[in-house]
Design a protein around this ligand. Structure first.
Ligand SMILES: Nc1ncnc2c1ncn2[C@@H]1O[C@H](COP(=O)(O)OP(=O)(O)OP(=O)(O)O)[C@@H](O)[C@H]1O
Ligand SMILES: [Mg+2]
Length: 274
């Protein structure tokens, strides 16, 4: 990765290595639907070292999105504690959580989550505006990020004028806007064809190589083969390391193809003079 790309994706000063990026301790989240009780996350403990690329797999409904939302402070557990870089977010005020999401953490939603009336550039810029960046910084960083994800020429397009893969790339650009140290991506390749999914995954891989801790929920065997660590959820519980049907099936299958070369590149600059 070029120095420039590393600079665009890398988070701020990394936390000391001894402090895990994420430390969830005995966390539970239950939903009550009438008489039915759904234990979406059931006594989950999870430590993610800074800089690790972790994939969480599991059947639909196993609790992946619920767990990621808890880690991101988008939802509150009814019991247990969650620490991000050593700070307990389960005790944080809403104001502190908002600040955390603006500056420490980026989130890519399962369904992209772009604002439909805003262009690609405006969707990215909004994240910077909310974090208090000045006009010039917003313009420069937005352009830089859209080039990073290969969408410089699509900056003025609205989401409905973009393909699914392009929308997801805008969502990744937006999540990276404030140089998060932790990136959470909920099935970022779930709605994409395999080639486009591989491109998005390649992008996350580069983000990870820049030192950002990346946690993704996925069903994609390709992703499972190329991350640092895979954990499987089942009925709200996190299975012990190396256990689980999906992990076993993937590992028994044929070796996954190697990562493609970086498919998303900033457009070439102007030709050298002369
Ligand atoms: N807001 C909610 N209210 C009630 N039940 C919910 C809510 N959110 C999730 N659930 C339930 O919690 C369980 C876990 O859901 P979750 O979305 O975390 O699963 P998932 O593993 O992300 O599934 P998928 O792979 O389909 O995205 C499911 O049974 C779901 O129906
Ligand atoms: Mg989900």
């Amino acid at each position: 990765m070029s120095a420039r790309r590393a600079d665009v994706t890398a988070g701020g000063a990394p936390a000391p290595n001894t402090v895990p990026a994420v430390d969830a301790r005995d966390v539970s989240r239950t939903f009550h639907l009438g008489a039915e009780v759904v234990r979406a996350v059931d006594h989950v403990s999870l430590e993610v070292p800074a800089g690790q690329f972790l994939a969480i797999v599991g059947r639909s409904g196993s609790g992946k999105t619920t767990l990621l939302n808890l880690i991101a402070g988008l939802d509150h557990p009814e019991s247990g504690q969650i620490f991000l870089e050593g700070r307990e977010i389960t005790r944080s005020s809403d104001r502190e959580l908002t600040k955390l999401r603006r500056h420490t953490l980026g989130f890519v939603f399962q369904s992209f989550g772009l604002l439909p009336l805003l262009s690609a550039a405006e969707n990215v810029e909004l994240a910077l505006r909310i974090a208090g960046a000045g006009v010039r910084e917003r313009m420069e960083r937005t352009r830089e990020l859209l080039e990073l994800v290969g969408l410089g020429p699509r900056a003025d397009h609205r989401p409905y004028e973009l393909s699914g893969g392009e929308q997801q790339r805008v969502a990744v650009a937006r999540a990276l806007a404030n140089r998060p140290r932790i990136l959470i991506a909920d099935e970022p390749t779930g709605e994409l064809d395999s080639t486009t999914g591989a491109q998005i995954f390649q992008l996350l891989h580069e983000v990870s190589a820049g030192g950002v801790t990346v946690i993704t929920a996925t069903h994609d065997p390709f992703v499972i083969e190329h991350v640092d660590r895979v954990l499987e959820m089942s009925d709200g519980a996190l299975l012990p390391e190396g256990r689980g049907v999906i992990v076993a099936q993937t590992r028994q299958g044929q070796a996954a193809p190697p990562l493609p070369p970086p498919a998303i590149r900033p457009p070439a600059g102007p030709p050298p003079p002369g």
